[in-house]
Ligand binder design. Structure first.
Ligand SMILES: C[S@@+](CC[C@H](N)C(=O)[O-])C[C@H]1O[C@@H](n2cnc3c(N)ncnc32)[C@H](O)[C@@H]1O
Length: 330
């Protein structure tokens, strides 16, 4: 598939399904070509979000245990599983298992993975096979209560979970609920800096959601194909909001990429003003609206405006005012 062969009508049909909520009413892929159209466009855009998440994990020195199978559940075109294989190296996994309630999606994912990673075994998942690394991407708002329970049961079998969802208020808060259900069995690798109850669930935090923004590849805005896609899909190509969750089974390995207990994470986009920055942060004291004055760290003020580091920090503060600050991964 390339842009010259792209079927814009098929994409429009898929978009209508995603927007109307019909995607939650059963399989909607009608042909392998639907998946190819999706993979080049919607899927690739989702891939950029995965690149941001995987980039954070690699920077922090976290990788899943080697030798596990990967299960890409709700695989669609399989973009998420392939991004994970690319990031950590296909030779570090035993097999790629694809699962989707659409058999077409499983077939497409397996074929695409075999093309990109010919040495890797790729096959359909069947219940009872070991789960290993569970990869989930943009599935949550298509699940019924029953399939959500099925998925939770699968997640509880996993050694580690990599989960990326859209950065919308509703989906991010839904993911936070699942985070609190899964944390009994799993260590929270990201985005959380602590294992307390997720503070989003507190009534006073109902307006907030835990989301981040991935950078789009440079040149996208000048590419007429991507511009047309953005217009047709109704998405802003400059804005790639996502929410995510990375879990590793407790006691699987000692001290895997732990964050300091007093680490803080900036949520969403800090609002950069001339003399200060307003930001929302999460740490073991909960969610806090804070201010960082430019004079506290002029270089970081500039960096946050242009090319922010991973949003993980160690800081001191007096009430809402940050008095000293150090990025954990400059
Ligand atoms: C928006 S697509 C995302 C596909 C892919 N994970 C990605 O990130 O590009 C959602 C996928 O979940 C699948 N799906 C929805 N409900 C499912 C269920 N109950 N069991 C398995 N797959 C499901 C759909 O068929 C579709 O392929």
């Amino acid at each position: 598939m390339d842009w010259t062969k792209l079927d814009w009508n098929a994409l429009a049909r898929l978009r209508d399904g995603f927007l109307s909520g019909n995607a939650a009413h059963g399989p909607y892929w009608t042909a392998l070509s639907d998946l190819a159209n999706y993979d080049l466009t919607y899927g690739e855009r989702i891939g950029w979000k995965w690149d941001a998440v995987l980039g954070e994990l690699l920077t922090r020195g976290w990788a899943p245990p080697t030798g596990l199978p990967i299960l890409d559940w709700g695989c669609g075109s399989g973009i998420a599983g392939r991004r994970v294989l690319r990031a950590f190296g296909a030779s570090n996994f035993s097999t790629l298992h694809a699962w989707d309630h659409s058999p077409l999606a499983c077939d497409f994912s397996i074929e695409a993975a075999q093309r990109e990673f010919p040495e890797l075994k790729a096959e359909h998942y069947a219940p009872g096979k070991p789960v290993g690394l569970l990869v989930l991407s943009h599935v949550l708002n298509e699940l019924t209560p029953a399939t959500r329970d099925e998925l939770l049961a699968v997640a509880n079998e996993a050694d580690a979970v990599l989960w990326v969802e859209p950065g919308t208020h509703a989906v991010s808060r839904d993911l936070a609920l699942l985070r609190d259900q899964l944390r009994e069995r799993f260590d929270l690798i990201a985005p959380c800096t602590h294992a307390n109850n997720c503070p989003l669930i507190d009534v006073e935090n109902a307006r907030h959601w835990c989301h981040f923004f991935a950078p789009a590849p440079s040149g996208i805005y000048a590419d007429p194909n991507w511009v047309r896609f953005g217009q047709q899909a109704g998405v802003d190509l400059r804005s790639l909001p996502y929410s995510f969750l990375v879990l590793e089974k407790k006691n699987l390995r000692p001290n895997v990429a732990p964050l300091p207990t007093d680490a803080s994470r900036i949520i969403g986009r800090p609002r950069v003003h001339k003399a200060h920055i307003d930001l929302l942060a999460c740490d073991n004291t909960g969610l806090n609206d804070l201010k960082l004055f430019k004079r506290t760290d002029p270089a970081l003020h500039k960096q946050l405006d242009r090319k922010p580091p991973l949003p993980l920090y160690h800081w001191q503060r007096e009430s809402e005012k940050i008095t000293s600050i150090k990025p954990l991964f400059p």
